[in-house]
Design a protein around this ligand. Structure first.
Ligand code: UDX
Length: 461
């Protein structure tokens, strides 16, 4: 009987098309493509609408149908990931018309098509898509690719302001927020921009339109964010699903925008177990030359082997590889490997990696938890501040650099994690989350079950 119900479900899914629209940034593309692959494996047919900016190589996904839309950015050099909110605001304006047009054409044959479109799944940052979906009477699912804890804190920004915590005062930075444990004033997830009013508008539209969606999904898992999951369900009052970590359902990730340098793996193969510090600050974070110098000397002075991703653009105004401080290469000779971009998920799973020094982007954080690798956290902006505080204070699976990028504190943190008893305890806790995460995506696990409920939810439209 159960078997028949299962078969009927698959049949029903085979008759449905889902339309997905990823935000064209690496940290958003990865989980969105992972989700698309999972839903495809469950029998849905997948249509991806994508901007020309950071466009995907559709030949890598022959099982999806792609529709590229003009985004009005190509002719305007001023937009880049340096001021990401200005970019996102502009895309939310420029894409309305082209998106509406392509959706209209996909829906035009819905009555007769053998695979009717049953819903739209878009990043919560694409707030304009809610109104477009409403106009077509099409249900929209919002996908927030960050942690729930950071999303809740973004939601509380007006309250932080009301309580006088914003704008941040230097004298208050270390103050704990009684109402929002474990945050300190300095962790409030503000995003620096040349147009602060654009940031406020973007965030308030995102929250408002997410509340109007027919469902909300997060790439996280219940054991990690149980209280936050309860809170978000109460505050948003829409069906909410914690279905992550998405990259653990199906092997292989092809959605990297930059070429991943496989030589990093060969280099790791020659290193002792749990000896290497893996250093990467994601796809958007930027630093100045002084900060680069502190990072470099912090690594050098730790005397540990290291693998460092120095992405083009990591140092402000340098599109090419950054200039390392004089004497650094001589100081680290024979114990380091530097690449422009790496196969991060594979690296984190490598037995030689002992610590991940990260900017605390949500994908990086989750990928590290999946492999039980303790973290050193250097958040740069936005959700990273909250993720880092939770890693340090709540989950206790890493340490945050409280002074920013300062060589003495960096060296000390590396030693704490790799050579001291405290480091062992942190590693044990990280390993125990790893076990929970693996269980969560098995048939009896919370994420697997939540994914099944999410699929049922889509089938109910
Ligand atoms: C951005 C924000 O900065 C982040 O805070 C937010 O949660 C998502 O959007 P990004 O800065 O790129 O993302 O960080 P992160 O979320 O960690 O995503 C980076 C992705 O790039 C990860 O999936 C990681 O595996 C991948 N990556 C990183 C590589 O494939 N190779 C690398 O060398 C570095």
């Amino acid at each position: 009987m159960e078997d028949q119900v299962g078969k009927a479900k698959i049949q029903a899914k085979k008759g449905r098309r889902l339309v997905l629209f990823p935000v064209p940034l690496q940290g958003h593309i990865n989980p969105k493509i992972q989700l698309a692959n999972i839903l495809h494996s469950k029998g849905f047919s997948i249509c991806i609408i994508h901007t020309r900016f950071n466009s995907l190589d559709h030949s890598k996904y022959p099982h999806f149908s792609f529709h590229f839309i003009p985004d009005g950015l190509l002719e305007n050099d001023e937009f880049s990931t340096s001021d990401v909110t200005v970019l996102l605001r502009q895309l939310n304006v420029n894409c309305v018309g082209p998106f509406r047009e392509i959706l209209a054409s996909l829906l035009s044959d819905n009555e007769t098509h053998e695979l009717p479109v049953s819903c739209l799944i878009t990043d919560s940052i694409w707030h304009f898509t809610q109104d477009v979906a409403d106009n077509f009477k099409l249900p929209r699912i919002a996908f927030r690719t960050t942690s729930i804890c950071s999303f809740l804190d973004f939601h509380s920004l007006p309250l932080f302001r009301q309580k006088g915590y914003l704008p941040k005062q230097d004298s208050q930075l270390e103050l704990r927020l009684r109402e929002f444990p474990p945050l300190k004033v300095k962790d409030i997830p503000v995003i620096k921009s040349r147009s602060p009013e654009i940031v406020d508008r973007l965030l308030s539209c995102m929250m408002e339109r997410t509340k109007a969606a027919s469902g909300l999904i997060f790439n996280t898992f219940k054991d990690l964010e149980e209280n936050e999951l309860i809170k978000i369900s109460q505050e948003f009052c829409i069906p909410t699903f914690a279905i992550g970590p998405l990259h653990k359902y199906l092997p292989g990730s092809l959605s990297s925008l930059l070429k991943q340098d496989q030589s990093a793996i060969f280099w790791l193969d020659k290193q002792a177990p749990k000896s290497v510090i893996y250093v990467s600050f994601g796809s958007i974070a930027e630093m100045d030359e002084t900060q680069l110098s502190e990072v470099a000397w912090g690594i050098a002075n730790s005397m540990q082997p290291f693998l460092w991703v120095i992405r083009p653009g990591l140092v402000q105004n340098s599109q090419e590889i950054a200039r390392l401080p004089n004497g650094f290469l001589e100081a680290v000779e024979g114990r380091g490997c530097m690449v422009k971009w790496a196969p991060q998920q594979e690296l984190l799973a490598h037995p030689a990696v002992g610590v991940f020094w990260t900017h605390s982007g949500w994908n990086s954080t989750l990928e590290s938890i999946c492999e039980g690798v303790p973290m050193i956290c250097s958040p740069f902006f936005g959700d990273q501040m909250v993720n880092s505080r939770f890693v340090n204070d709540v989950w206790k699976i890493g340490v945050q650099l409280e002074k920013g990028l300062e060589r003495g504190e960096i060296e000390r943190a590396i030693k704490r994690l790799l050579a001291e008893k405290e480091g062992e305890e942190i590693r044990d806790r990280a390993m125990s989350f790893r076990e929970k995460i693996y269980f969560s995506v098995t048939e009896c696990g919370s994420s697997f079950q939540s994914l099944e409920s999410f699929v049922d939810h889509i089938l109910s439209f």
